[in-house]
Ligand binder design. Sequence first.
Ligand SMILES: C[S@@+](CC[C@H](N)C(=O)[O-])C[C@H]1O[C@@H](n2cnc3c(N)ncnc32)[C@H](O)[C@@H]1O
Length: 413
Amino acid sequence: MVTKDYYSLSEAAKILGKSKETLRRWDRDGKLEAVREPISNYRVYKKTQLEMFSDLLSNDTEDKVDNSVIPLKDYRVLELFAGAGGLAIGLEKAGIKCVALNEIDKWACQTLRENRPDWNVLEGNIKSFDFSKYKDKVEIVTGGFPCQAFSYAGKRLGLEDARGTLFYEFARVVKEVSPPICIGENVKGLLSHEKGQTLQGMISILDEIGYNVMPVQVLKAINYKVPQKRERLILVGIRKDIDIKYDYPKPHNKIYNLSDALKKGELYDNNVPKSEGSKYPDHKKEVLDLVPPKGYWRDLPVEIQKEFMGKSFYLGGGKTGIARRIGWDEPCLTLTCSPAQKQTERCHPDETRPFTVREYARIQTFPDDWKFMGSISQQYKQIGNAVPCNLGQEVGYSIVKFLNDYYSLSNPK
Ligand SMILES: C[S@@+](CC[C@H](N)C(=O)[O-])C[C@H]1O[C@@H](n2cnc3c(N)ncnc32)[C@H](O)[C@@H]1O
């Protein structure tokens, strides 16, 4: 019986009926992440986390969760900040039709057009488009708007207070189009940005333009058939005239790892195709050659640690993402927009190199036939920016379920 707010590793192991070693492994794999006690650095577990996890465990190891649902009619989406189409592919796989996509980056737009010549790609700054012609033509507006600070004139933020930000543009389009449901997608950091005020501001703006915002959730991609520890914050707005419950997609308990991403198996029918990729500079390669699979900078000889980490060596904290070599039997750490970037190395398990473009795409669950346009660094950027397609698909199912209920249970206008 769980009764206090935090539990030690051995208490958590007892509660879940697992060994401490299993819990340590789950922590490393991101399946059940512990928090570190600030002074001792011991693992502790939040009560709410254990409660949620024991619910999942009661389903045991076999994945009984199935979020899939068939759309009862054609549902259409207007996708803003579309990038190379990670979310759009996922929504399409859930049976939702992309009516138009807006994106400013010319390479990402070329990627969208190359792969889906029939998609209506609106290239350019969102600020220069009027979307009112999509009113009553789409049921969903989605968008991963980049996060920016607002200036706070008063306590409760109105739409006009956000003018100049990309969230303003997202909200402006939602207001113009007035869909039954809108979905904003963002990084987890939005929760704490400006001590939570930015997110509160967004919620109050959506309220002002006629949308109730569901309790915000951060979805872990590893729970949605993605072999990567990425997390995305989802902001769901439901038009106020609609009294239908929205449920987030249920987390799966099967966790996929790097081997599932790159080798033939449940996620893909074949090994990852060969493709171009970037290289580490000679010095970085010499250092990373010394790191074992699942290891990181702390596995280096101490003199090399000091030299490689520079000032950060003395700053404390785990920094477990630096000089990291991923293991085949764990999900990958979150991919960034540039694979050779300082302090976020995610090295291939067997070879001392970053993941290739196609390996990157697989870790984000893009299909192998999805081509990326532009230079290699443009391609990495498009992939690193994306919502993993499989996560997008599961979010897509939750939208379809909501719209099915809306159109069958009520008499929509
Ligand atoms: C996080 S990415 C979106 C990823 C996309 N949802 C996916 O799943 O692949 C944000 C995108 O917003 C685009 N963007 C930034 N400012 C923009 C603007 N003013 N107008 C249109 N798009 C913009 C960026 O180029 C980038 O591709």
